[in-house]
Write a protein that binds this ligand. Structure first.
Ligand SMILES: Cc1ncc(COP(=O)(O)O)c(C=O)c1O
Length: 508
């Protein structure tokens, strides 16, 4: 038995036992649970929710002190009969608040939880946080950017304080196009649309190409923000696992054959979360398959310039001559996420439709910020910034790797990324990363749970550690805590949680 409508959010600041208690109260008030009913045994509910049994015990104890439930030793926990028909103090009369539940499916239940989880993690500043995908905010080029901003305002005046061209600043679009031509792409400013971050670029592209229930094939695991955007559009996501060279072409071919998707979404370079870089032959194979099955490829190149070792590999966009690849990128990671400037490159026929939808969403990206960014780029600010941050990221990555070598027990595996901002960790089956997350959080350490990146809710034997935004001197301390918690769990033997590897199959 489960509790209808009970969704817990591990990233929520409300303790999980309170969320569970609230879920029971809500189900009772909604009439989804009947007075006198026996609640699920604590062990079963803990397993369903992927939390420690003591958390459920604490929730039932709280409900008992409120008189909502009664516990009988040996028989279980029952909803109180007296709760029948009674409103909780201050609760609205039945029917009064029906509109409060009349939401679109994009923001209901698990879909909402996924959106909120990712957001809360991204902005959290709790304890030692390996959870966010932030670059180093402590290294942001504040002085240089403020002088670019001041000179743009002084020279361009009110013209940057009004609405601008919907596709974005023509000069910035030309700078972006020129940069991409340097990487071998066929592109002009007319192919570029400036967006509010690449998150918006992804959402616009998906909305332009997909209708409800259309299939999209993507790497599994993949970027949570892409899963959220697709979920909110009602698209069907079909996950294809990766090997050392990126998305597996044998399984991709199967997925394409079976689902005939309109879109393949991939991050060929420093894939978030697995950090993999797709090899050149694999890039060609993926493009050949996309051509054979006639689908568009959305290439998310979020961190291409955050390379610390080796030579760059041509983008899919460059390899394909910009024919069926829609290229999405951002200034968030290589520069500053607070700019909220990203872009998408598409054939003009597609770009015009993207522009039309963007107009509906926000009437354009800030002209002031675009022109200040353009000035900053013209003056060589980005090259100087990258020269400063790359060694800092290498130092943070190496510290993290050394700390993992030192503190993580045998049986835990992790990647050694040549770029990007993360390390991807695979745990032994006995350790559940959801449960580990709660324990770590109590000790002041955060990471991203693997489940958030997986298409079908698997991945509880994985987690992502971001190093970009963590103070280097705190990295060993945070990893020592995680290592200790993992060891404790390994010594306890198999956990009650589901062995997610059994489920980690692509959803074909
Ligand atoms: C793979 C990937 N794509 C896109 C984004 C969106 O970033 P932004 O909207 O800040 O450009 C992120 C952010 O973490 C990301 O990791």
């Amino acid at each position: 038995m489960s509790i209808p409508g009970l969704n817990i959010n591990l990233e929520n600041e409300i303790p999980v036992y309170r969320q569970i208690a609230e879920g029971v109260r809500a189900a009772l008030a909604a009439g989804d649970l009947s007075p006198g009913l026996r609640l699920p045994p604590t062990r079963d509910l803990a397993r369903q929710l992927g939390v420690n049994r003591n958390t459920v015990v604490a929730a039932y104890e709280l409900l008992a002190t409120e008189g909502v439930v009664h516990s009988h030793t040996g028989r279980g926990t029952f909803l109180a009969e007296a709760a029948s028909g009674e409103s909780l103090p201050g609760a609205p009369a039945p029917g009064d608040d029906d509109w409060l539940t009349a939401f679109s499916s994009a923001v209901q239940g698990p879909a909402l939880e996924r959106l909120l989880s990712a957001y809360r993690l991204a902005i959290s500043s709790e304890g030692i946080s390996f959870a966010s995908s932030q670059p180093a905010n402590d290294l942001a080029p504040v002085k240089e950017f403020s002088s670019a901003m001041a000179s743009v305002l002084a020279e361009m005046g009110a013209s940057v304080l009004t609405y601008g061209p919907m596709a974005g600043s023509p000069r910035l679009r030309e700078t972006i196009a020129a940069g991409m031509r340097g990487g071998g792409s066929r592109v002009t400013a007319g192919n570029v649309l400036i967006t509010n971050g690449s998150q918006q670029a992804l959402e616009l592209v998906f909305r332009t190409l997909l209708d409800r229930d259309n299939a999209v094939v993507l790497e599994d695991p993949t970027f949570t923000g892409a899963l959220s955007a697709l979920g909110s559009l009602g698209a069907r996501t079909v996950g294809v696992p990766l090997d050392e060279e990126g998305m597996r072409p044998d399984l991709l071919a199967l997925a394409l054959e079976r689902h005939r998707p309109r879109v393949i979404y991939v991050q060929p370079t420093f894939q978030n979360p697995t950090t993999r870089v797709m090899s050149l032959p694999r890039r060609r194979e993926i493009l050949a398959l996309a051509t054979r099955y006639d689908c568009a490829v959305v290439e998310d190149d979020w961190a291409g310039e955050l390379r610390y070792e080796g030579d760059p590999i041509p983008t899919l966009h460059a390899l394909d001559g910009g024919r069926r690849v829609l290229y999405v990128s951002t200034f968030s990671k290589k520069l500053m996420p607070g700019l909220r400037v990203g872009w998408v490159v598409a054939p003009e026929r597609v770009r015009d439709r993207l522009v039309a939808l963007k107009q509906v969403e926000d009437c354009g990206t800030s002209p002031l910020l675009q022109e200040a960014l353009q000035r900053f780029l013209e003056e060589g600010g980005l090259e100087r910034h990258l020269k400063r941050v790359r060694p800092a990221y290498v130092e943070r990555r190496d510290r993290l790797q050394n700390a993992l070598d030192q503190h993580f027990p045998d049986g835990v595996h992790w990647t050694r990324p040549t770029g990007g901002l993360f390390i991807w960790v695979t745990l032994p089956g006995e350790v559940d990363s959801n449960e580990l997350f709660l324990a770590a959080r109590q000790r002041g350490v955060l990471f991203s749970r693997g489940e958030l990146f997986h298409v079908g809710g698997s991945g509880r034997d994985t987690l992502r550690l971001g190093f970009g935004g963590v103070a280097p001197e705190r990295i060993p301390e945070g990893i020592a805590v995680l290592g200790e918690l993992i060891r404790e769990r390994l010594s306890e033997g198999p956990s009650a949680a589901v062995d997610s590897r059994a489920e980690a199959m692509p959803i074909f």
